[in-house]
Design a protein around this ligand. Sequence first.
Ligand code: FES
Length: 101
Amino acid sequence: MRRILIHPIIKFNFQEPLVFTYNGRELTGFAGDTIASALIACGITTFHHSYKLHRPRGFFCAIGNCSSCLMEVDGVPNTRVCITPLKGGMIVNTQQGKGKF
Ligand code: FES
């Protein structure tokens, strides 16, 4: 698990696990996670591939200002997972190309 467990300022709540699905796999995050932080904690760092050259893209700005973390969440393409709070039961998929509406 790639996760900060103890921090001098921020308190983490690991009491409320949230199960979600990523590309058909069941993964677990925690209340307070974004989708991106939960994926990274599970070792997943490639969120989609660039449209033209198909280069891997992942966590970059972490504040919702780029397009590096776009994924399909509950059927909605182009969701910025770095700013989207994780909820239990979410279905998160790697997006192909520009995403289908
Ligand atoms: S990492 Fe830039 S918008 Fe999510």
